[in-house]
Design a protein around this ligand. Structure first.
Ligand code: BES
Ligand code: MN
Ligand code: ZN
Length: 497
């Protein structure tokens, strides 16, 4: 987790600031103060060595007259949130292979509206995965200072930024860990360690409890694995008991081989990321624990492996879900919906104001939306627009997808109440239609993050999405009233009994 600091800093003061790397964001036509830094900027622009186009960088080593060891001027174009994100990523990226340990990112007043985006970009650019690659440790920065004209007025936004970046880091970290280092039990341990924070509690169930609950669909997916399944229930209580909670449900398939409907070999390693929905729930809880907002949230994680073997589910098998509906499993690779449906049924007991499930559910969603926007399905208009807006605010984008009943036609079965797959057409939608059958009793949204939870290729790794959108949705709920928020703030440092 990156160590952040907020500091009041002018261009004049920045010249005498001791830091390993000073990253200065410059917008098109930006008015700036006089002084050495401004002179350098003017000259670099005049000679054409620097332009303010978003992401353009110019790097100095031991810039004469500055106390900073390294200086990076970086363009942020029109200064929109996405420009700031691009600029911060480029500016910090330019120093990533240096020996710099402390960085300072200098922003002007106009950019402080994008403080959270800037902090997230800084945290993302400096994240280094080391859990199973200790040799990468040398690359990491120790501290990032955000220099702004007036730190005092940005305190709250900065708290949100720190909480969000911590949540995203946790989600990235657990998303990235290989399946033999991120088993269902490991995820349960992470959840338990979150319960050390004030207002967070955690309960972990195994096969015995899950069977007793009647979760025959979830248990069936896990039945061929040597790793025992875990059903994780996290609670964050920041508001009185009678405030209906939001329930987050995370798909936690710690490895998806496809089961008997085995996936093809190439790229199968990426199915270690099939627990990124679960990781986003853990990450959101980390952020809630830090931020302590006046809301109630429940997190449900259904964690297991999807393996082939002598005990595995077979195509044609029929299982009974917790809801009582029977399911004909025509394809054992459509396992995400089989674990989620039982968690959705379980969610009803919390009388939730909304239930949001988050899942790397379908390859079809990647075909539909690519890697920019997560697929958003919702049975409630205000929930849909609140999530869409939260996504826009945080640049963690979503796109609304349809739920017409006609799409459920192909899920009919001669041998069970429902089949777990339809034909290939609109595969992300039919998966959502399957889930909808189990989400009739509350406002429900489903985020298909198959295209957004991780990157492939040279930058292979988890993104931590959609923690920013989820957190932003949660803390912007009308129920997170300022009065209650203050109440929680005063109790904030109360140690947990
Ligand atoms: N975890 C996968 C979805 C996935 C595939 C995400 C590729 C990202 C990249 C899911 O369990 C799955 O296998 N879905 C199947 C469903 C199909 C059998 C109806 C798919 O998308 O192929
Ligand atoms: Mn699958
Ligand atoms: Zn899967």
């Amino acid at each position: 987790m990156m160590n952040f600091e907020l500091l009041s800093l002018s261009w004049a003061k920045a010249a005498s600031l001791k830091t390993d790397g000073l990253v200065v964001l410059v917008a098109d036509g930006q008015q700036h103060e006089t002084g050495l830094l401004s002179t350098m900027l003017d000259q670099a622009q005049k000679t054409g060595d620097f332009s303010t186009a978003a992401g353009q960088c110019m790097v100095w080593w031991k810039p004469p007259g500055l106390a900073a060891l390294r200086l990076v001027l970086v363009g942020i174009g029109q200064g929109r949130a996405s420009d700031v994100r691009q600029g911060v990523a480029a500016g910090i990226g330019a120093l990533k292979k240096s020996k710099a340990q402390t960085l300072t990112v200098l922003m002007q007043e106009a950019q402080t509206a994008h403080l959270v985006v800037a902090a997230q970009a800084a945290a993302d650019a400096s994240y280094v995965y080391t859990a199973t690659k200790p040799s990468a440790k040398a690359l990491s920065f120790k501290k990032i200072t955000l220099g702004v004209p007036q730190a005092a007025s940005l305190k709250e936004r900065f708290e949100l930024a720190k909480a969000q970046t911590a949540g995203v880091s946790l989600a990235r970290e657990w998303g990235n860990r290989p399946a033999n280092h991120a088993t269902p039990e490991h995820l349960a341990q992470v959840a338990k360690s979150l319960a050390k924070h004030a207002r967070v509690s955690c309960e972990v169930m195994g096969l015995k409890e899950v069977t007793k609950l009647g979760m025959g669909s979830f248990a069936a997916v896990a039945q061929a694995s040597a790793q025992p399944l875990r059903f994780i229930v996290l609670k964050y209580k920041g508001a009185p008991e009678d405030h209906a909670p939001t329930v987050l449900v995370g798909k936690g398939i710690t490895f998806d081989t496809g089961g008997i409907s085995l996936k093809p070999g190439p790229g199968m390693d990426e199915m270690k990321f099939d627990m990124c929905g679960a990781a986003s729930v853990l990450g959101t809880f980390e952020a809630l624990a830090q931020l302590q907002p006046a809301i109630n949230v429940v997190g449900l994680i259904v964690a297991c492996e999807n393996m082939p073997g002598g005990k595995a589910l077979k195509p044609g098998d029929v299982v009974t879900s917790m809801s009582g509906q029977t399911i004909e499993i025509l394809n054992t690779d459509a396992e995400g919906r089989l674990v989620l449906c039982d968690a959705l049924t379980y969610a009803k007991r919390f009388k939730p104001s909304a239930v949001i499930d988050i899942a790397t559910l379908t390859g079809a969603c990647v075909i539909a939306l690519g890697h920019l926007r997560s697929g958003l399905y919702a049975t409630d208009e205000s929930l849909a627009s609140a999530l869409l807006e939260a996504g826009e605010r945080t640049l963690d984008l979503c796109w609304r997808m349809p739920l017409d009943d006609e799409y459920a036609e192909g899920l009919k079965s001669n041998f069970a109440d429902v089949a777990n797959v339809a034909d290939r057409a609109a595969g992300s939608v039919t998966a959502a239609k399957f889930l909808q059958r189990f989400a009739k009793d509350f406002p429900w949204a489903h985020l298909d993050i198959a295209g957004t939870a991780w990157k492939s290729g040279a930058a292979k790794g988890a993104t931590g999405r959609p923690v920013p959108a989820l957190l932003s949705y949660l803390v912007n709920q009308p129920k997170a009233s300022p009065v209650l928020q203050r109440l929680v703030a005063t109790k904030r440092r109360t140690a947990k009994a």
